[in-house]
Design a protein around this ligand. Structure first.
Ligand code: ADP
Length: 438
């Protein structure tokens, strides 16, 4: 029991005792104590009313009172002052945050889970064309109509950033990220990456131009070297250097061709077209070419469902799949086995290329698809590798919304798997499995 309540009780008991004594003295032992109780209750009600009025009005002055009521009122005043200070601090923090977010060069838009805008900064007006406060409570997809943007927001593909052209200025390229926060809120951030994009484009153009410029002189050199090499009257001592020059020029030609192929794929905008591609027939052709390359040194098995068609670009897919199969042949010693399969899986379809070859150490796997990355340079050169095959595979798969998975261990062979999503697969009625080599 608090001190205030104890003294309140003491006062009430003393008052009641006084009323009883006075009642006895003046011969009214019931009426006087009853009157005392009524007066006491009235006083309590008056104080309760003061408290309620004080609670009702934030700006009301502290009412005067006494006893335990005064203690209670002072307590309420203290809590209210603390609360006010906290609110001021919170408002300042929110203001600070908004000012900082407003000053950011990146566009920031706060969204409810259903895509309605709750707040946006100044850069969002410059980069995305959104206005504050007119556009608050509007669906963002009704204001930014770019199909890639709408699809990104509606399908909630927030793990990956999205590049798209600013709706305000078609010369500005934006990189968009959506970060979920709190309960069912999203923060959309858009950054101007025009300069980076231009640099990247310059790099691609440079590689494409250099490769293109090198192609003609190399073809001429190779032509002369071939003639000289085959000349029966040529000096015997020149035979070996000519042979080596021809080999190196051939290698350069292959690199230039692969560089050109890679830049053609890289320079294609957006996703690959959705032509119907018969993968089983394509793999049959690749298997035949691989058998020629192997020259009977390997067992090459193919199992492919002709029911599953891919929606994509034939030449690009041919290039990617043949690179995987030819690698399997080149990095598998004589007597090894190569298995190619094309089949349905849970979320779409997969192409597997499995070999019993030299395998790859785990620490190389994350870098395999980089341009010119080779595990063993000498070996790659010996088999005529350009170091660009898997980079081509990666880009082709990206354009087909597919992913590459590599499982391998040294001396244990490798498995390269391309996973294609259901949206890229067309299933035709007649089931027929193409298999060869077994
Ligand atoms: P390359 O033209 O050198 O074969 P790729 O880009 O096709 O270039 O492959 C990169 C590297 O990955 C190769 O140099 C090789 O070391 C390794 N590699 C690719 N496929 C296989 C495979 N099936 N088995 C073992 N190593 C492989």
């Amino acid at each position: 029991m608090t001190k205030a309540l104890r003294s309140e009780l003491r006062l009430a008991v003393a008052g009641l005792a006084a009323c009883i004594i006075v009642g006895w003295v003046i011969g009214q032992p019931i009426v006087v104590p009853l009157l005392g109780v009524v007066v006491y209750l009235g006083w309590q009600l008056v104080n309760l009313n003061r408290l309620l009025l004080y609670l009702d009005d934030d700006d009301a002055p502290l009412p005067q009172s006494s006893g335990s009521w005064w203690v209670a009122l002072k307590g309420v005043q203290r809590i209210r002052a603390r609360d006010r200070k906290r609110r001021v601090r919170l408002r300042k923090a929110v203001d600070d945050f908004r000012q900082a977010a407003s000053a950011m060069p990146d566009a920031a838009v706060m969204l409810r889970d259903d895509g309605e805008i709750t707040w946006l900064n100044r850069a969002a007006t410059g980069l995305l064309g959104l206005r504050h406060p007119q556009d608050t409570d509007q669906q963002i997809v009704n204001l930014i109509r770019d199909p890639a943007f709408v699809e990104y927001i509606e399908d909630r593909r927030f793990e990956e950033p999205l590049q798209f052209i600013s709706p305000v200025n078609e010369n500005i390229r934006l990189l968009l990220r959506v970060v979920p926060y709190g309960s069912n809120r999203n923060l959309l951030l858009a950054r101007d990456v025009t300069r980076l994009h231009r640099l990247e484009q310059m790099r691609k153009d440079f590689v494409a131009n250099v490769s293109h410029e090198l192609r003609s002189p190399l073809t001429v050199i190779l032509g002369y070297l071939e003639t000289l090499r085959d000349d029966p009257d040529a000096d015997e001592s020149l035979q070996r250097p000519l042979e080596q020059m021809w080999e190196q020029s051939q290698r350069m030609c292959l690199i230039v061709e692969d560089l050109l192929r890679l830049s053609r794929i890289e320079n294609q905008p957006g996703a690959a077209p959705r032509n119907v591609v018969g993968v089983a027939e394509m793999l049959t052709r690749i298997r035949e070419d691989a058998a020629k390359l192997s020259n009977g040194a390997h067992e090459i098995l193919l199992k492919a469902s002709s029911q599953l068609r891919l929606l994509g670009e034939y030449n690009e897919l041919y290039s990617a799949f043949s690179n995987l199969v030819f690698n399997a042949v080149q990095y598998t010693p004589e007597g090894g086995k190569i298995e190619i399969s094309w089949q349905a899986e849970d979320a779409g379809a997969r192409l597997d290329v499995l070999d019993t070859g030299i395998g790859i150490d785990a620490h190389h796997l994350p870098r395999l698809t980089e341009r010119f990355y080779r595990v063993d340079k000498a070996r790659s050169r010996k088999v005529g590798g350009t170091g660009l095959g898997l980079a081509i595979v990666k880009h082709v798969l990206m354009r087909h919304d597919a992913t590459l998975q590599v499982d391998s261990a040294p001396e244990d062979g490798s498995r390269f798997v391309c996973h294609f999503p259901q949206a890229r697969i067309q299933t035709v009625a007649e089931e027929q499995t193409v298999s060869s080599g077994g």
